[in-house]
Write a protein that binds this ligand. Structure first.
Ligand code: ATP
Ligand code: MG
Length: 259
């Protein structure tokens, strides 16, 4: 379980998160949505112990920030929003970095399996810097997957923290990555994914946390959170919602127009 209580975080001289409380459970995909600058990446980085914060953050009972980095690396992996690589590593070498950080360093087939999971098996020997934007993003996802390959471990559930995992991806690869996230949660792991795509969030997330200006504006099942009033408040435009009965009570933002 990821437990966040009364979290405050400042970057530079500005407080960016103003008392966020949130829980994420293993077995679930939690989508974190909200406008640019709302604090989504900051919340994710706080949950990873990467920035100083006030408040309580626990992952599987460990006080994040106080736990040993090597211990945390065994239970959670991250896909950051910005993924730059300074040296000419191959794709396989990038994935190997994740593998070595986690519990699966001895598995000889894992790099191939992780690359196959994101459709990059033919790219293992390519230099990362020659890849397209979407291929780079999927390489880093394969690295994260190789770190926490099995959703359940001896210490309990493992976690994927994904900051805009489908931002650079085409439609087919968006679905591939969201299905991966769904399967990871269905097999007992936890997934926390920052998302701008409300349709994919509604399709794949169990719960959605919506941030506006560093505060949790709404939290719950996507169909309950994604109301026209909230979306207009968040994005400053009108959003038509549409139910799709065959998929149950969920909503598709259909059009965006000036109020
Ligand atoms: N180092 C920093 N110093 C000062 N302000 C910062 C710093 N890093 C981020 N911020 C500000 O904090 C706020 C939250 O940033 P954050 O990256 O969490 O937003 P986000 O919700 O992930 O947005 P996006 O959808 O654009 O990725 C933004 O207003 C941003 O400009
Ligand atoms: Mg961000």
């Amino acid at each position: 379980m990821l437990e966040i209580a009364d979290l405050h975080a400042s970057l530079g001289r500005r407080e960016v998160l103003h008392g966020v409380s949130l829980t994420a459970r293993p077995g679930e995909v939690l989508a974190i949505c909200g406008p640019n600058g709302a604090g989504k990446s900051t919340l994710l980085r706080a949950a990873l112990g990467e920035i100083p914060t006030q408040g309580h953050i626990r992952l599987n009972g460990h006080a994040v920030g106080k736990a040993r980095p090597a211990e945390m690396a065994r239970i959670r992996a991250v896909l950051p929003q910005d993924t730059q690589v300074a040296f000419a590593f191959t794709v396989a070498e990038i994935v190997a970095m994740g593998q070595e950080a986690g519990d699966f360093a001895a598995d000889p087939n894992l790099i191939d399996q992780a690359l196959a999971a994101v459709g990059l098996q033919a790219h293992a020997a390519r230099s990362f810097q020659t890849l397209s934007g979407g291929e780079r993003q999927r390489s880093h996802l394969a690295r994260a997957l190789a770190q926490v390959w099995q959703p359940m471990g001896p210490q309990g559930p493992r976690w994927l923290f994904l900051d805009e995992p489908v931002a650079s991806l085409d439609l087919g690869h968006q679905l591939q990555v969201m299905r991966l996230a769904r399967a990871y949660a269905d097999d007992g792991g936890g997934v926390v994914a920052v998302m701008h795509d409300l349709n994919l969030s509604a399709m794949f997330a169990d719960r959605l946390a919506f941030l506006i200006d560093g505060r949790l504006a709404a939290e719950g099942p996507p169909a309950e959170v994604l109301t026209p009033a909230l979306l207009e408040r968040a994005y400053g435009c009108r959003v038509a919602l549409n139910t799709v009965p065959a998929r149950g009570p969920w909503f598709v933002p259909q059009a965006c127009e000036a109020p």
